[in-house]
Ligand binder design. Sequence first.
Ligand SMILES: [Zn+2]
Length: 135
Amino acid sequence: MSLAGVRFLPSCRLDVSAVPDECPSVAQVHIFSACDRAARLRGVDVTITCLAEDHPPTDPHTRRLAADIRTNDGSEASAASLALALQGFLGAEWTVIYEAAAPPTNPQLAPYYFADANATGAHLHVQPLRGTTYP
Ligand SMILES: [Zn+2]
């Protein structure tokens, strides 16, 4: 029996600072926990495609507050189900965005849509709400 869980692309980096921290940040632990719970609830792996790498210095990704999550290997209904699960597990202090070049047709996914013409593929982006910090 194969169990569902959270997976990472090999390119994922916890930290890209001059002196990298090999431990995840508090925000990253919340993200990993929510992804793992969503994977086990739905019985489908959740793949994190980007953590701190490949973003500008002040971006939430670089500041170890955000992650991108693969959705382009499933249907819009599956992406909506994952977005709902992640928002529920992360809570109201977090935001879940469906970044894609074109709006989804699925009405449950539509509230999460954020137009991103440069997105290499549709994906979910999660981060704490602006103004929310961890000590
Ligand atoms: Zn992102």
